[in-house]
Design a protein around this ligand. Sequence first.
Ligand code: ADP
Length: 244
Amino acid sequence: MISIKGLYKQFGDLEVLKGINIEVEKGKVVVVIGPSGSGKTTMLRCLNVLETPTNGLISIEGQNLDFSHAVSKKNIASFRRLTGMVFQNYNLFPHKTALENVMEGPVIVKNEGKEAARKKAVALLEKVGLGEKQDYYPAQLSGGQQQRVGIARALAMEPEVMLFDEPTSALDPELVGEVLKVMKDLAQEGMTMIVVTHEMRFAREAADEVIFMDQGVIVERNKPEEIFNHPKEERTKKFLNMIQ
Ligand code: ADP
């Protein structure tokens, strides 16, 4: 369903992604782990085309973008709609309520009617446990609640794939669980997900596959029990020893 082939990304002289290949089947959860600076976030942002890859082919549900040549803005816009992105720092609009944040994309980008968008947004906020908070502004919500609004907002665009970029890294420890719970529920409903995270418990419990990245390449990929219990590569072993 998702295919990334030969993905390269360079910032100036710095080559951050050096030929990444990933395939994800529909309904699967892939967790990406690795040291800071290894290119995990950049890989996700390339998939959402928030960064333009230097080269490579990305494909989701039969839509392709081939960065070996120039890609039109129109194709990028249509491709971007296939993915919903959840950011480390929530990226909510501060002057809009939770409900307005969730409605914004469908109304502005997809031209959905306001009433239909509102209904859907209310249902999504209920789904993430925030039915009571729909009229609150981000500043009136805890980090965990804001991130759950972030997830509802991404879901409102009805993406094929959800991309999570360290969604719990900015949270106080006691708020991490409520966000991971929403993510686990989504996974169980069959959402296709790529999750960059340091939450190894989530990786163990929810991932179908774990990918270990280091210095812009994929070093090792396997089922979570294999990666965590029997890592094959030295670099994986070293990383796991450092964090566990
Ligand atoms: P990770 O998510 O694994 O921590 P990142 O993808 O955030 O890694 O970053 C990989 C490398 O790319 C880092 O060295 C980072 O400084 C660099 N980098 C990321 N974004 C940019 C940018 N917009 N401009 C220049 N360098 C960047």
